[in-house]
Write a protein that binds this ligand. Structure first.
Ligand code: S3P
Length: 450
């Protein structure tokens, strides 16, 4: 998303130069997935849920604004604490306006699940990128449960119109391992008659299941199937949101891919359904340590220490993809700097993220000198790249912008990354943090008329 200015649109760019080492001890903002769920489950629960460390990125602000439009009272304290005054799903009221999820797939899909159970009409839309993302994966199960959903291309794309109502529980087998799909169905299932279960090909991130436990309802798990009972009452709770491993990933790769590099990122979520990148970096030869490992509201949290080495190329197969789905662009940078070839396969879901990430990674890193070839669902990356500074673009994708910034730390000369305002969706303050952790890159933000 580009920031507006009186009289016209502006775009923001970063200018930075390599080589620059990443080092130090730092914290990253709150986990995006956990923040969305804290707001949504807080709104569905009874009582006041107090959330500490909620991500203040645009994606979570979109969820918060939608809940307010549905009549939920949310108080924001000056210290960042957020209180959601839940009165159960029955207290939600028909929104008077279209709910705008902005760039956030999680907002739109999870809200659709919640609203499928409410006996009123809701209209959901998003920005240009979100309006191109597939919705049939949630529309179909929610229709089978009894809700009416209409969207462009027979329910394929937003905007979506939802007339919710009395739902019946289902046993759904999802062809994709997607936490957004699973969570949408579970949020609907909580309001349905009877049990609802979701089976996935591989277990996707399980934050919804863990957080339901904190709200007093422990879902039943059997292999890749999770089940919730309908009509259960959630009880408000206090939650501390850990740092987002997907945000830490950029700095971790920055440290891991250089011999002698070392970084400590404090209070990061290390849920095993999210830590695929850490496993792969270890297999590539980096040292990864989890210090002060503890549990917070059912989520494992640690201080992560990563020491860099000359990395070696690896094979990353389909089974691992759900555990590092958002980290593939950052991993591609590490692979380009490793010895030998890396192949990442079974990653077709990356084609339907904020942008087509397989194409974007291949073309933009290609401009910096990386030899990288995509197929329909894979990336083959030649290691040993001699990265060159270049003019590249995020294409409006936050994770592309930050991955390119990490690549720039290893490049000779200056890199300009266009269209970086999107970073505010998940990691406000990234450039400031990078300036502190890698001062030699002298990152500068520039604004220009579009
Ligand atoms: C998310 C799930 C993942 C991930 C996204 C956040 C979530 O998407 O890519 O950034 O919070 O549930 P999918 O479930 O569609 O793979």
């Amino acid at each position: 998303m580009s920031g507006g200015m009186a009289g016209g649109r502006t775009t923001r760019s970063w200018r930075l130069r390599g080589p620059a080492t990443v080092a130090g001890a730092l914290r990253v903002p709150g986990d995006k997935s956990i923040s969305h769920r804290a707001l949504l489950l807080g709104a569905m629960a009874h009582g006041t849920t107090e959330i500490h460390g909620l991500l203040q990125g645009e994606d979570c602000r979109a969820t918060l604004a939608a809940l307010r439009a549905l009549g939920v009272e949310v108080a924001e304290q000056t210290d960042g604490t957020v209180q959601v005054r839940g009165r159960g799903p029955e207290a939600l009221r028909e929104p008077e306006c279209v709910l705008d999820a902005g760039n956030s797939g999680t907002t739109l899909r999870l809200l659709a699940g919640l609203l499928a159970g409410r006996p009123f009409c809701s209209l959901l839309t998003g920005d240009e990128s979100l309006r191109r993302r597939p919705m049939r994966r949630i529309v179909e199960p929610l229709r089978v449960m009894g809700a009416t959903l209409i969207g462009r291309a027979q329910g394929g794309f937003p905007p979506l119109a939802i007339q919710g109502g009395a739902l019946r529980g289902i046993a759904w087998s999802s062809p994709v391992a997607s936490a957004q799909v699973k969570s949408a169905i579970l949020l609907a299932g909580l309001q349905a008659a009877g049990d609802t279960s979701v089976t996935e090909p591989v277990v996707s991130r399980d934050h919804t299941e863990r957080m339901l436990g904190a709200f007093g309802l422990v879902p039943q798990r059997d292999g890749t199937t999770v089940t919730v009972p309908g009509g259960s009452r959630l009880t408000a709770t206090d939650l501390a949101v850990p740092g987002d491993l997907s945000s830490a990933a950029f700095l971790l790769v920055g440290a891991a891919a250089r011999g002698g590099g070392e970084i400590c990122i404090q209070d990061v979520g290390v849920n095993p359904t999210r830590t695929g990148l850490l496993d792969v970096l270890e297999r590539m030869g980096a040292e990864v340590r989890r210090e002060r490992l503890r549990l917070a509201a059912g989520e494992p949290v640690a201080d992560l220490v990563v020491c860099g080495r000359q990395l070696r190329g690896v094979r990353v197969g389909a089974d691992l993809i759900p555990r590092l789905i958002d980290e593939v662009p950052a991993l591609a940078v590490a692979a380009a700097l490793a010895d030998g070839e890396t192949v990442i396969s079974g990653a077709g879901e990356l084609r339907v993220k904020e942008v087509d990430r397989l194409a974007a990674v291949a073309e933009e890193l290609g401009r910096m000198g990386v030899v990288i070839s995509p197929t329909q669902d894979s990336l083959r990356i030649q290691g040993g790249a001699k990265l060159q500074g270049a003019v590249v673009s995020s294409r409006g994708d936050h994770r592309m912008a930050m991955s390119l910034a990490v690549a720039a730390l290893f490049a000779e000369g200056e890199t300009v990354i266009r269209d970086v305002a999107c970073v505010d969706t998940s990691f406000p303050g990234f450039a400031r943090l990078l300036a502190a952790a890698a001062p030699a890159c002298a990152i500068r933000e520039e604004t220009a008329d579009a």
